[in-house]
Design a protein. Sequence first.
Length: 229
Amino acid sequence: MPRAEPRRVVLLRHGRTAHNASGVIQGQLDTPLDDTGRRQAEVVGRVLAATPPAVLLSSDLSRAADTAAAIGRAAGVEPVLDARLRELHLGSWQGLTSEEARERFPEQWADWRAGRDTPRGGGETYRQAGDRAAACVREHLDVVPPGGVLLAVTHGGTARAALGVLLELEPSSWGRLAPLGNTCFSTLVEPPAPRRGGPRSASGREPGRRACKVNDRNTATPTGLWRSW
């Protein structure tokens, strides 16, 4: 009996905003796309429309929602907004430049730069954001058919954290995942179903890579594998 085609999850960062261009920390501030960001959204929409997603999700912050709307127009899919895909809430850091955050919160800055998952500005940790975003993806994945694509338009920090959770990586290693540029994306491909009598790992799964294509903008179908749902 032939195997079902694997499903894919694409995590895409929104287009550019004026805060991105000027180096202001956004977190959950609702900043709109700038002219460059709107052009980026139209371009990536045309790229991704080559393989239209079965499900198109988006953060409800306008910079992500407007990026998703451009993709939806190109692909003929209506975006579903979900607040679980929002960027990390960065509390008192929001609205500051990196230099201002370093000067005002030196201990938090040092922890963050050392790779510790500190709640910057009294906001969220990467783990908290990754858990909520991964839960959103898993919930909607149930309706994606074999060979289908779930596309989630989100934010840089949340995309990295969700990737870490979906790959079951230790949070201490998430910093090694390349950060997404504006309208760049990472793709995860469903592992194959186990073959009867085939080799399995200690967890009971068939052996396979636990890698993904990260920070891509040049192709609609980058490849990789996620470890589990």
